[in-house]
Design a protein around this ligand. Structure first.
Ligand code: AP5
Length: 189
């Protein structure tokens, strides 16, 4: 199985690039952001609790997102050629939990594709997306807080995978097609 993580700060293009990879490699896309937004739309108890964190640009508690990932793995691991994790893991505790869940299924992460984009470009992209997305990060204050949370809690996850020699750095600025080609080159290497 090919199990990939698309890693990077908010707005670095994880969702955009995941869409390009799912058909090419026949993978199941698991985005914790999308799963959480579905819960918010359906006004489930989980969604109502998660919304408070999402609106503030904070991370939803680890146990909530780990539970969602565990359910998704149980649902799909016999029916797909692999997974693309997008927006997960975002803390070292989540990365450790993912390794544990995968090991229980005799699976492992194949590669972590880390997208690098400057903060000014990220803010610019997210403000543009906010105009018609209805996303919670529709103002510069929330977006800047998401960047801060990324620097403080999420960026260390790259070191976790570098230690496992699974991290591949990708230039995340430029055309979507060129970035996709760089990602595919890393996957096929
Ligand atoms: P989530 O939805 O996961 O946010 P994210 O990971 O930051 O992802 P985004 O969708 O904001 O950005 P992206 O990197 O996917 O970029 P995209 O392709 O959309 O999470 C939302 C919230 O949920 C979090 O704040 C948190 O509260 C909670 N959450 C989620 N997962 C969690 C977890 N594991 N633990 C705890 N809490 C969690 O692109 C962005 C824009 O840029 C788009 O408009 C796109 O068209 C454009 N774009 C893409 N590529 C390019 C390019 N090359 N050039 C120009 N524009 C581009």
């Amino acid at each position: 199985m090919l199990n990939l993580i698309l890693f990077g700060p908010p707005g670095s293009g994880k969702g955009t690039q995941a869409e390009k990879l799912i058909d090419k490699y026949n993978l199941k896309h698991i985005s914790t952001g999308n799963l959480l937004r579905s819960e918010v739309s359906a006004q489930t108890q989980l969604g109502i609790e998660a919304k408070k964190f999402m609106d503030a640009g904070e991370l939803v508690p680890d146990e909530v997102v780990i539970g969602m990932i565990s359910n998704a793995l149980d649902e799909h691991s016999n029916s797909v050629k692999g997974f693309i994790f997008d927006g997960f893991p975002r803390t070292v505790a989540q990365a450790e939990a993912l390794d544990k869940l995968l090991t229980e299924k005799s699976l492992s992460i194949s590669k972590v594709l880390s997208l690098h984009v400057s903060e000014d470009e990220l803010v610019d992209r997210l403000l543009k997306r906010a105009k018609d997305s209805g996303r919670a990060d529709d103002n510069e204050e929330t977006i800047r807080n998401r960047m801060k949370v990324y620097r403080e809690k999420t960026s260390v996850v790259a070191d976790y995978y570098a230690d496992q020699v699974k991290l591949a750095d990708i230039v995340g600025e430029g055309s979507i097609e060129d970035i996709s080609a760089s990602i595919c080159k890393q996957i096929d290497a």
